[in-house]
Design a protein around this ligand. Structure first.
Ligand code: BTN
Length: 232
């Protein structure tokens, strides 16, 4: 594993994308502050300087890339299980496809970008020691320190989390195991949701074997492979 640290950068995802030719598989880039942090669905990712974990992982190895969108499930379950089992955080769930929630509030966002034929950047924003979230947030945010009632040492936390993710990415198991974990931590299941592009509301009903979201829409089931979900 190679870890590159920056006091400030536009976006760790963009850094790895720009430099991917010169960097090795499993290069981690982390920053104390991002001036142009990227979020899902073309949004930004705003995080206070020096108190959160903002990092991206470069994936170039064809055998890892061959897992395709399944990597999203591997990473989300990897981060969630780290919070739950290594940090003893209670009530961890995953909002499909890969947001991590604690006690119903968003603690971590994951943005996977790139081209499956050549590289991916897995960007992870984990709220750690931030105490206040000022401004507009689509989802109520929280942080590890709010939930655990103590401050975390960012350096040692990042070392532990990076080692955990390196191990997981180096030894990807069977999809069924990740789905079992996801199904027992599925934030959306049973909730009324809007699916962007679908008229009327649906009820989230778990995921299928391809990790697509199943939604009950009237008397039908619809399958959402990728897309934006709003909770009602
Ligand atoms: C989301 O909107 O939920 C995804 C947010 C992903 C944020 C992380 S922070 C590190 C990496 N670099 C970025 O620019 N974005 C991701």
């Amino acid at each position: 594993m190679t870890v590159l640290s920056f006091p400030e950068i536009d976006s760790t995802n963009l850094y790895l994308k720009r430099n991917r030719e010169d960097l090795r598989d499993l290069t981690f880039a982390k920053a104390e502050f991002q001036s142009a942090g990227r979020g899902s669905h073309g949004r930004g990712w705003v995080a206070e300087k020096g108190v959160n974990l903002l990092f991206s992982i470069l994936i170039k190895d064809p055998s890892k890339l061959s897992y395709g969108s399944f990597l999203s499930l591997v990473i989300a379950t990897g981060v969630a299980s780290f919070l739950e089992n290594e940090l003893q955080i209670q009530d961890v769930s995953i909002k499909w496809p890969n947001d991590i929630y604690v006690c119903g509030k968003k603690i971590c966002g994951i943005l996977i970008e790139g081209e499956l034929s050549s590289y991916l950047t897995i960007g992870i924003g984990l709220n750690v020691n931030q105490k206040e979230f000022v401004g507009e947030y689509r989802r109520t945010p929280t942080s590890l320190s709010i939930e655990a009632g103590k401050a975390f040492d960012l350096e040692s936390l990042s070392k532990r989390l990076f080692a955990h993710l390196e191990k997981i990415l180096g030894d990807i198991g069977s999809k069924a195991d990740y789905l079992v974990y996801f199904n027992s931590h599925d934030f959306l299941r049973g909730r009324r949701v809007y699916v962007l592009g679908v008229e009327g509301e649906c009820v989230a009903d778990g995921v299928n074997d391809d990790f697509a979201l199943k939604c009950i829409h009237g008397s039908h089931e619809i399958i959402v492979a990728t897309g934006e979900i709003s909770i009602l």
